[in-house]
Design a protein around this ligand. Structure first.
Ligand code: SF4
Length: 128
């Protein structure tokens, strides 16, 4: 059996991308809560990233944990990660709250953990 690659360009476009009924906000099969890290309180200990490895990563610049996807681990594994957090900064929130929470974090101008602030010019001692 041979396959004609040009058939991909002749396929009809399906434009019925409406709600499927499985969206969390519609009470479907997906998890009905999103996981959210309050990065302003995170201390970068990595516990959550070691437990729910497909959900949390330490953001490279800030050194704080972030949930990079919502479907990477089971709810049980994510709950275990939440329970390991020593500062209780991981929360279940509504999916519709994520955008607002993200923009609130951006306004905080968080500083990187474990790094000294950058000094643009170093003062040299005067030679006498
Ligand atoms: S367990 Fe809590 S404090 Fe530690 S990295 Fe994860 S979110 Fe941050």
């Amino acid at each position: 059996m041979t396959f004609d690659p040009s058939s991909a360009f002749r396929a009809e476009v399906q434009d019925d991308f409406g709600p499927t009924g499985r969206e969390p906000c519609l009470g479907g099969q997906l998890r009905d809560k999103a996981v959210w890290v309050d990065e302003s309180a995170c201390i970068g200990c990595r516990y959550c990233a070691n437990v729910a490895t497909n959900t949390f990563v330490l953001e490279q610049y800030l050194g704080r944990s972030r949930a990079i996807r919502q479907d990477g681990d089971s709810a049980e594994v994510i709950q275990e990660a939440i329970d390991t957090c020593p500062v209780d900064c991981i929360h279940w929130v509504g999916f519709e709250e994520l955008d607002e929470l993200r923009s609130q974090l951006e306004e905080l101008d968080l500083q990187p953990l474990g790094k000294l602030p950058k000094i643009s010019k170093r003062m040299k001692p005067r030679n006498k």
